[in-house]
Design a protein around this ligand. Structure first.
Ligand SMILES: *[C@@H]1O[C@H](CO)[C@@H](O)[C@H](O)[C@H]1NC(C)=O
Ligand SMILES: *[C@@H]1O[C@H](CO)[C@@H](O)[C@H](O)[C@H]1NC(C)=O
Length: 457
């Protein structure tokens, strides 16, 4: 097991690619989960989350991980008289923690699910549980320590620092968890995504983990889930692994060597350098889908991916990039938020309501002269209890995959390639007014690509 295991992409292929396969079918309807979940009320609410987990035979694998880790269970057991301390815990059941391939394998870099971690304790390295204190050799102590760190981080991603029932959870799209990764997202916690679904009625976490039962505890809410949660990978890794939706953008980014603007990953220590995180700690990326690139005029699509289109491609991608900023449908954070106090407070007010219409501009990688205009609408769906519909447009283009959390920010999928502001070759000042803004690209794009080269991407 390698030291950096904690910070490598955590199964980006599953956390994004698989769930997004059903993106088209994803309903934006939320649903009050209480109707589909077991409704044992009585004495359980007198127990803490930890007591409930221990008493339930469905959680034996998880309980073993928690006992091994040793500190998180104290949080799950903690109470305060005035209920100041309340949390939400997503608990993978025994079934969820059975790894896809059984049989004593060592941990691979791409498998940091609680399922694999559980399998290490159960099958391949059960000695980890048998702490002999000072009698263990140094290598064993080292491995146990690293393994505990990993388990702790992944478990922290299963905790929300507030208490939410299923019905409350569907109010917002994303929630902060208890997991923070170094200086990622300007020190903000990693987030998870909640989606209410109508068919079948219920709640999905991060698109792949379904809440299968819920109960209230003395110190918060416990939700059983049928898949362990995977802390997000960097924007670049997630885009890269979401091949079905974003493979063209992934190769465009690589083509112009733009990885470092949206990647944030751990680099090994070597003789000359120190190990640490490299890349952009906070960013947002509006990611054109494969379909978006197909929609461009054919000769333009071709041109962008030739040697001659290199600069144009880079500059077009820069327009989809929001540096130093996290943009979600209910949260906007800028790295220099202290200097931008007013700007941030405006957003706080706008997002606080149950329903809102909020229009704002964010700067793109092309700089202050080429901002993106974002519109977010959140509406209550009246026939459905606790149902909300949230939508976002950027420059009038509607976002198809909303609020995809990454270790270093967020990304959104759009079905158009955004056309940056430009002057027409004929000297006129027309800005993006024809039906297909790309139709006459030949008259401006090549010249535009060569002017003002001061941009980020
Ligand atoms: C050592 O790591 C640094 C940063 O991670 C990298 O830039 C450098 O090329 C590496 N040096 C060697 C000799 O591999
Ligand atoms: C939803 O998000 C808004 C804006 O961040 C926040 O004010 C509100 O408290 C959140 N609601 C819940 C249930 O977390």
């Amino acid at each position: 097991m390698r030291l950096d295991i904690l910070v490598l992409p955590l199964l980006a292929s599953v956390s994004v690619a698989r769930p997004l396969l059903s993106l088209g079918a994803l309903t934006e309807w939320a649903f009050n989960s209480a109707q589909s979940l077991s409704s044992d009320v009585d004495d359980r609410s007198e127990q803490t989350i930890w007591e409930q987990l221990q008493a339930d035979e469905h959680y034996t694998r998880l309980v073993k991980l928690l006992k091994f880790e040793g500190s998180i269970l104290k949080d799950l057991d903690k109470t305060q008289d005035n209920n100041l301390y309340e949390i939400t815990f997503f608990a993978p059941t025994n079934e969820a923690l059975h790894p896809p391939h059984r049989g004593g394998r060592h941990l691979q870099d791409d498998e940091h699910t609680l399922a694999t971690l559980s399998d290490v304790l159960e099958t391949s390295e059960p000695w980890l549980l048998d702490d002999k204190g000072d009698d263990d050799d140094d290598e064993k102590k080292r491995r146990r320590k690293i393994f505990k760190m990993i388990v702790r981080a992944v478990l922290e991603y299963h905790i929300l620092p507030f208490s939410f029932s299923g019905g409350e959870l569907v109010h917002n799209k994303t929630y902060e968890t208890a997991l923070k990764i170094h200086s990622a997202i300007d020190g903000l916690p990693q987030r998870l995504r909640v989606e209410g679904t109508l068919l079948p009625p219920g709640i999905l976490i991060n698109w792949y983990a379904r809440i299968v039962a819920s109960s209230e505890a003395k110190n918060g809410h416990l939700h059983a889930i049928n898949h362990p949660l995977l802390p997000p990978a960097s924007i670049f890794d997630e885009v890269f692994f979401t091949t079905r939706w974003a493979s063209t953008t992934a190769s465009a980014v690589q083509r112009v060597h733009g990885n470092r603007f949206i990647d944030y990953s751990w680099h090994h220590s070597n003789e000359s350098g120190k190990s640490g995180f490299h890349g952009a700690p906070i960013a947002t990326f509006y990611t054109p889908s494969n379909e978006a690139w197909e929609r461009l005029p054919r000769d333009l699509h071709f041109f962008l991916f030739t040697r001659f289109g290199y600069r144009a491609l880079r500059k077009v991608l820069a327009y989809h990039y929001v540096p130093h900023t996290l943009v979600l449908s209910e949260l906007v954070h800028h790295k220099d938020h202290d200097k931008k106090k007013e700007w941030v407070e405006d957003h706080l007010d706008a997002f606080a309501d149950d329903e809102f219409h909020h229009e704002f501009e964010v700067h793109s990688g092309l700089g202050p002269k080429a901002p993106l205009s974002v519109v977010v609408d959140k509406k209550k769906i009246h026939p459905i209890p606790d149902g909300y519909h949230t939508s976002m447009t950027v420059n009038g283009v509607s976002v198809k995959g909303l609020d995809i959390n990454a270790r270093n920010g967020a990304w959104h999928i759009i079905d158009r390639v955004l056309c940056p502001p430009h002057h027409h070759g004929d000297g006129g000042d027309k800005l993006m007014d024809s039906e297909d803004p790309w139709a006459d690209w030949q008259s401006w794009l090549p010249a535009w690509a060569d002017e003002e080269l001061d941009y980020q991407f």
